[in-house]
Structure formats: structure tokens, C-alpha cells
Design a protein around this ligand. Sequence first.
Ligand code: CAA
Length: 258
Amino acid sequence: MQQDTILIRREGRVGILQLNRPAQLNALNDELMDALGAALLGMDADDGIGCIILTGSSKAFAAGADISAMQSKTYMDAFRQNFIGRNWETILRVRKPVIAAVAGYALGGGCELAMMCDFIIAADNAKFGQPEIKLGTIPGAGGTQRLPRAVSKSKAMDMVLTGRMMDATEAERAGLVSRIVPLEKLEEEALAAATFIASMSLPSVMAAKECVNRAYESTLAEGVLYERRNFHALFATNDQKEGMAAFLEKRKPEFRHD
Ligand code: CAA
């Protein structure tokens, strides 16, 4: 029997997606990326979910695109199939937050997939890298673009040109990951962060994500204007009235996500 390439579960308002090709260290193939895209869009459309966690195993988040599925591709195959573009970037269409909980290897496409998430919580055994240069190629899922934005040009060049791995400490120091936790606490810490986010007002969470992402796509003045308009718009929500009333009344807010 074929095993599922993605394991899907739910804890309260948190959706958890686990990459599941353990024998291949979660190497990312078409079947897995199609399943991941469908699961992500399903959770994004589900009113009962407020935050998503994407994770792998304790040994590997993902060791990259599946090399055995790529090795014999021709240029025309890659071009006609729109390789990478066809099914790897569905995650960028998700409007709810997606947290990458990374243990073990996050290499090549695995590192790129983690960087497409909204933030990365790393276990202390995490290792990040863009080793494509050693395969006679280059990153193909945004690594040459997102890594310099995350860690500076110098470190990104170093990683992409030498293919060396960064451990969790270096990745946190460089700004690639937001926090490091002991491996045995990874799931608990990611779930705590996701549960907290999912308990906030969904419209403000979605607006916050959209505004931070805008920082990468606009000038400072345009980005600040975009933020201002969203800030103004949130005065139209019931949750803003509830959140501020709860603060003034010294009680916990009860957000209804509208
Ligand atoms: N694709 C396909 N299979 C992979 C894989 C990958 N990216 N990474 C690991 N595997 C497979 C191995 O072939 C091996 O399979 P077998 O048992 O059938 O031989 C199994 O997973 C376990 O791997 P190793 O025996 O190599 O495990 P290790 O602990 O000795 O080494 C590793 C771990 C350092 C991660 C090593 O597996 C490795 O270097 N993997 C390749 C990493 C890589 O180059 N990634 C970039 C891919 S290209 C890419 O991602 C392009 C892009 O930008 C989209």
C-alpha cells in the first residue's frame, strides 16, 4: 500500500501538516507537493483553522527536491512542466499564518519551502543549506532570492556558492529562524505559538501577515501606507471593539473572528 506523503491533523484551531517520505528524508516530489498544496488550500478555506504548522521528522524537515525524479529531466521537460512553479508556490497563496517547525535537514528545496513559510522555529538539531551547487545546478525554488533577504548577501552567497550547511545557532544569529528550541520541545513550542496566533482575531492576523509580506514587495512609503489603510480597516471589525473593550475592562477578549 502506498503511504500518504503528507500527514494531516488538527489540534483545536491549528492545522498540522507533516511531510512524510521518511525513507527519502522527505525529498520533495510532485506527488508530495500536489498533496501539500491541496492540504494547505483546504486549511486556508476552513473557518475552524486559524494557523497552520508545516513540519517534517526529527531527522529531516526536507532534504530538498527529489533528485531521482529530477536527474533525467531535459530543459524542455522542466520548461513545459513549469517545474517548481506549477505546484511549489501554492503556499504563498495561503492567507493564514504558516509556521515552519524544522528539525534536522532543511536543504535545497527544503530550506526554500521553510523560507516560504511565515516564520521558522528550529529544533537545536536543525541544519539549513542550499547544496544545489554540488549537483551542478542552482536553487530553483527561490533560494537565491529569499536567502539574501533573510540573512544578508554575504552569507547567502557563501551558502549558495559553497553549499555548506548552517546549524540552528548560526541560522538564528543570521535571522533565518525566529527561535531555537530543544528537539524534544519542537512540537510543543510550535503548537503553543500556533495556538496563541489562532486565538487572536483572524482578520487582524491575516492583515498583519499581508502587511509584513508587503515589506518585501514595496518601497517603505508604499508599505507604510498599505499598513495604515489596513490599520484603519480593522476599526470596522467587531474583534477590534472587543479586544480594546476587554483591555479596558481588564478581562480576556473573546474574539469571534469577524
Ligand atoms: N532526493 C532524493 N533522495 C534523497 C534526497 C533528495 N534530495 N536526500 C536524501 N535522499 C535519500 C537518499 O538517496 C537515501 O536513499 P537510499 O536509502 O535509497 O539510498 C536516503 O534519502 C537517506 O539519505 P542518505 O543515506 O544520504 O542519508 P545521510 O544521513 O547519509 O545524509 C543528507 C543526509 C546529507 C541530507 C544527504 O541525503 C544529502 O546530501 N541529500 C541531498 C541534499 C541535496 O542535495 N538537496 C538539494 C536537492 S536539489 C533542490 O532542492 C533543487 C531546488 O532548489 C528545488
